[in-house]
Design a protein around this ligand. Structure first.
Ligand code: KIV
Ligand code: ZN
Length: 511
């Protein structure tokens, strides 16, 4: 039976989702959880895209022990240098280079001849090899490329030293039979050329076939697959790690292959990514959706009572689902709270961090009586969402909500806020079209930044009568977009906090 290597790109392709930006602490948390999940490779960012990405790749590289850590580079020296800077201290570093091979990419993106682009790729690999032994090369848009040119590129970069060839279905155009054939053809030639080089695939979900294409590739010789948690990623997303892994797990006999993922950590990882990124999982999503194991029809329920195997192909415990039903109350105590948080994957909390979490937990338990895992994820998100992120944030103005009052009326809605910044207290009262508008106007007058509110979204999350309200705010400032999410049993307070978090992100950037 063959081992399939799993690369998780939640922190790179996944983080490209608009509004899903994570801060450094959140990225570190997710990276640690991915290590616990047992992924073989972690793509931690695209270091040349921003200083934040470089810092994140560097930080993730320092703390992970088992997985290979990589970052993405275009086929240019400057990008490769940035990735090297990010991963050089990892236990197992790798450079990942991407360059298009389809006619459309060559003509529209580069305006260069096929030979010139191929040469760029070869030079990039040769350069990367002077820095590190492990280099992955991605032939972007491979599924829409001329096969002979695609193979010529693969052959040349392997000769230049690439140790993994990644074949992406960048725009989600492939269909399983055809993609399987493509992988089979490449694999035959590749293994003839150099059987040490791994063949990898990276599928997007534009036609809803990312998982099917990925598994078709495994059936046809792929050694490694690239995925994201909950399938998040560019546009319709990437192949979902949990689907690919459970596909291999449940149908091991068909694929004659396995992964070394600790499937019991799937649910924890899914919940962590969903809450820290503020992206809900579709309720009927395979494996991790709320309804994935819910049986509603009478016939099904009757069958299940006789034997779970009648309608269930996966034991929910195998993905860590039933372990998640613990409910805490104000009486649960510090020890139970710490245990639960650690079980959820948030290990190594400092004492002062735990104190904040404990206080928030007690406040919530007073209001809600029963505190679920869901609620704790949002407490953790608020903790890291608001934490100072970089050296710059120490110099930046950071605003903190002290309290607020809102008068909701259909004649004259108004809001008063009291905010602290660098030891000073600011108070402002404003009116608006509605309570949230009044609240945001008052905050804007205090911070004196011309931000424009682009989107305001509120949803009720978590179970129980006193469900938590989550508010997600997107603003623009100086042609850039900032998003923040906050959660509280009081939706208006969450509204103020989410808006202030966006302001703080801007302040950090403009120092
Ligand atoms: O979709 C794509 O082609 C990519 C590459 C960088 C692998 O994300
Ligand atoms: Zn991609």
């Amino acid at each position: 039976m063959k081992k399939i290597y799993i690369l998780d790109t939640t922190l790179r392709d996944g983080e490209q989702v608009p509004g899903a930006k994570l801060n450094l602490n959140e990225k570190i948390r997710i990276a640690k959880q991915l290590e616990l999940l047992g992924v073989d490779y972690i793509e931690a960012g695209f270091p040349s895209s921003s200083r934040g990405d470089l810092e994140a790749v560097r930080a993730v590289s320092k703390i992970l022990v088992k997985p290979v850590v990589t970052g993405l580079a275009r086929a240019v020296k400057a990008d490769i240098d940035q990735v090297y800077e990010g991963v050089k201290n990892a236990q197992k570093p790798m450079i990942h280079i991407v360059l298009g091979t389809s006619d459309i990419h060559l003509e529209k993106k580069f305006g260069k001849s096929t030979d010139q682009v191929l040469e760029m790729g070869v030079e990039a690999v040769k350069y990367a090899k002077t820095l590190l032994p492990d280099v992955q090369y991605s032939t972007e848009d491979a599924s829409r490329s001329d096969f002979e040119y695609l193979w010529r590129t693969i052959g040349a970069v392997v000769k230049a030293g690439a140790t993994i060839i990644n074949v992406p279905d960048t725009v989600g155009y492939a269909v399983p039979e055809e993609f399987g054939e493509l992988i089979k053809k490449i694999n035959e030639r590749l293994k003839n050329l150099n059987d040490k080089v791994l063949l990898s695939v990276h599928c997007h979900n534009d036609l809803g076939m990312a998982t099917a294409n990925t598994l078709a590739a495994v059936k046809n010789g792929a050694d490694k697959v690239e995925c994201t948690i909950n399938g998040i990623g560019e546009r319709a997303g990437n192949a979902a790690l949990e689907e690919v892994v459970m596909g291999l797990y449940v149908r091991q006999n068909y694929y004659d292959a396995f992964s070394e993922i600790n499937t019991k950590q799937i649910m924890n990882t899914s919940k962590m990514v969903s809450s820290l990124m503020g992206l809900d999982v579709q309720v009927n999503k395979a494996i991790t959706g709320d309804n994935a194991f819910a049986h509603s029809s009478g016939i099904h329920q009757d069958g299940l009572l006789k034997s779970r195997a009648v309608y269930e192909i996966i034991d929910p415990r195998d993905i860590g689902l039933e372990d998640m039903e613990l409910i805490l109350t104000a009486r649960s105590g510090r020890h139970a709270l710490r245990n639960t948080i650690e079980k959820m994957g948030f290990t190594g909390l400092q004492e002062d961090e735990f104190e904040i979490v404990h206080q928030k937990f007690l406040e919530l338990a007073d209001k809600k009586k029963e505190v679920y895992y869901h609620d704790l994820y949002y407490i953790m998100q608020d903790l890291w969402g608001n934490e100072a992120e970089t050296q710059d944030s120490k110099k930046a103005k950071i605003y903190e909500l002290i309290n607020y009052q809102i008068i909701s009326s259909d004649i004259f809605p108004s809001a008063s806020v009291r905010i602290k910044c660098a030891g000073d207290i600011f108070v402002k009262t404003s009116s608006g079209n509605g309570p949230v508008d009044a609240l945001y106007t008052a905050i804007k007058e205090i911070v004196n930044l011309p931000v424009t509110l682009l989107e305001y979204k509120t949803s009720s999350i978590t179970q129980g009568k006193e469900a938590m309200g989550r508010v997600r705010v997107t603003v623009s400032f100086a042609d850039k977009i900032y998003t923040s999410t906050s959660t509280d049993v009081d939706t208006l307070k969450a509204s103020a906090l989410a808006f202030i978090n966006c302001i703080n992100q801007i302040e950090i950037e403009i120092v």
